[in-house]
Design a protein around this ligand. Structure first.
Ligand SMILES: [Zn+2]
Ligand SMILES: [Zn+2]
Length: 142
């Protein structure tokens, strides 16, 4: 539960880069300024190797169905491509991945700090979100 809550929070504050890479495969996000590169992921059954339909959930690529509809296998593996092949158009998941160049992307970090050992109720209240580097303090002096 703890981990799931963290993941949700992380995704909530994360830029989804909606307006980014509309006409190119890599470049800066107009919303958050991070350098992004497009990648495509395909999930294949580890038994019969058929392509399985996939989806993105909390930033992870997972198969749509629990079991392979072709052979019933549960295990799968993920393939990554730089370019989208036309035949994969129905299976590939497009991901705009952040690339860390010159640590430019690190000036806005969100930390969710929680103490797992203490009891549940307290833990939830204790969660703090720190915005360490971009925080600016307004001063009263002109
Ligand atoms: Zn962005
Ligand atoms: Zn299979």
């Amino acid at each position: 539960m703890q981990i799931k809550l963290k993941e949700i929070l992380k995704n909530l504050f994360k830029c989804k880069h909606y307006g980014a890479l509309l006409y190119s495969n890599e470049g800066y996000c107009p919303t958050c300024g991070k350098y992004l590169k497009k990648s495509y992921y395909i999930i294949r059954c580890s038994h019969c190797e058929i392509k399985r339909s996939a989806k993105k959930e909390f930033g992870k690529i997972i198969p749509d169905e629990k079991f392979c509809t072709n052979c019933g296998e549960k295990e799968y593996y993920i393939e990554k491509y730089d370019k989208l092949n036309f035949v994969d158009i129905n299976y590939a998941i497009e991901v705009k991945e952040e690339i860390d160049i010159n640590h430019k992307s690190q000036d806005f970090e969100i930390w969710v700090d929680s103490k797992d050992e203490t009891n549940e109720q307290e833990t939830q209240k204790n969660e703090k979100i720190f915005l360490p580097r971009q925080t600016k303090f307004l001063t009263t002096e002109g």
